[in-house]
Design a protein around this ligand. Structure first.
Ligand code: GLV
Ligand code: MN
Ligand code: MN
Length: 390
């Protein structure tokens, strides 16, 4: 997979759902699964399933995603998919045959890197997003999710809650590169997840008046970039005032975006996270209040749209303890990153395994995992799958 979707401009990888690089990886996955005699099918929402055993209602499923953030690392997503294939190989090498069906899943658009809503494949499947809303989502080029899905061979009219796919899964275990320094500090190659912060994305649209950068007097301007800039600082202040709060502006789009042009509109995306729903919403409300004040001072209009949201996830403690015990008592860690396992936790028993990341960096090219730790992750995943399906 190494050469697929490299981003020369940003560094790292840009593998966005249904774009050529991500589609190449999907094809790669299908080939790898078929080579292992797994029965492959793509569901109505673009998630790919590879079955070892007949799908029933009590399957144990593992897997992750193949899409990336813009300029992302090599491990976020792919490590879970590759480790799943390698765990199947390891189990077969021991002549193990699962009593319960086992499947590997590749979820679509986990990062929301193209259409803006993270975990879109698992949200659609579990009914966590209205399919009409999903169909209308657009990418930066203005292509709708419905159009992209049709281009990728799906029927956009059929995206949405998939009770059959959901009912087939009893337990989901996602292996993932760790996205922080927890395991480094503990000196452990592998850990289990305990919880995920509440988190969401909000689009702040500032509307002013497009005009000439040289000919427009300062007092005559309605420049939406000015309140947008204040909002970026407001996000940092608001997050710092809330316990374990995090707020990020990683994306700003001015329209039309010319050096000598006062923008007519600026869209600013806020990613806000905290330990619970109330704290997360508190951050957003504080940013909204500061942004509204800044917009008013510049005679601009502010609109705020919530594009996605997920409340705190506490992973099933029984399964977490069972997984940890099977691995001889590995540490449990909370995470600030979102995952399909978090979306599915509302419907079924889910768990996550983390593999140590020596840089502690993620969503950036420096994301890393040593080969020995990746191998420890595969062995751990195989042990857990053996325990759960045997
Ligand atoms: C996905 O990795 C997220 O946490 O945004
Ligand atoms: Mn991920
Ligand atoms: Mn990610």
């Amino acid at each position: 997979m190494e050469g697929v979707g490299r981003d020369r401009k940003r560094g790292g990888y840009s593998r966005h759902v249904f774009e050529p690089a991500e589609r190449e990886l999907r094809e790669w996955f299908v080939e790898e699964a078929e080579r292992r005699d797994l029965a492959v099918r793509t569901d109505r929402n673009g998630n790919i399933w590879a079955w070892w055993g007949e799908p029933g209602t009590d399957a144990v499923v593992t897997g992750s995603h193949l899409d990336s953030v813009p300029g992302g690392g090599a491990f976020d997503g792919p490590l879970g998919v590759v480790s799943a294939l390698a765990a199947v190989d390891a189990l077969r090498a021991q002549d193990f045959t699962p009593i319960r069906p086992l499947a590997i899943v590749v979820f679509a658009e986990e990062e929301g890197g193209r259409f803006g809503v993270p975990c879109l494949g698992s949200r659609l499947m579990s009914g966590a997003i209205d399919p009409d809303v999903a169909r209308r989502l657009t990418d930066p080029a203005g292509i709708t999710f419905a159009e992209a899905a049709a281009e990728a061979g799906l029927d956009p009219a059929r995206v949405g809650r998939d009770d059959e796919a959901l009912a087939a899964v009893h337990t989901f275990v996602e292996l993932h590169v760790e996205q922080g320094r927890g395991l480094i500090d503990l000196g452990a190659p592998v850990g289990v997840a305990s919880s995920i912060l509440a988190h969401g994305r909000w689009r702040f649209g500032f509307a002013g008046e497009g005009n000439h950068a040289g000919a427009t007097l300062l007092g005559d301007r309605r420049d939406p970039m000015v309140p947008a800039a204040e909002m970026v600082l407001a996000a940092r202040i608001a997050a710092s005032e809330v316990d374990d709060g995090r707020a990020t502006v990683g994306r700003i789009v001015p329209n039309p975006g010319g050096t000598n042009v006062i923008a007519s509109t600026v869209d600013v995306w806020l990613d806000a996270r905290a330990g619970d729903d109330a704290s997360t919403r508190e951050i957003v409300e504080r940013v909204r209040a500061m942004a509204a004040d800044a917009a008013e001072r510049e005679n601009c209009v502010l609109t705020v749209v919530e594009e996605s949201y997920g409340d705190t996830v506490v992973f099933d403690s029984e399964l977490r303890d069972q997984v940890s015990r099977a691995l001889g008592g590995v540490p449990a860690l909370p995470t600030g990153a979102g995952h399909d396992a978090g979306i599915l936790a509302a419907h079924l028993s889910t768990a996550m395994l983390f593999v140590r990341n020596p840089t502690g960096i993620s969503h950036a090219p420096e994301e890393f995992a040593e080969a020995d730790d990746c191998q420890a992750g595969v062995t751990a995943l195989a042990t857990v799958l053996e325990r759960l399906t045997g």
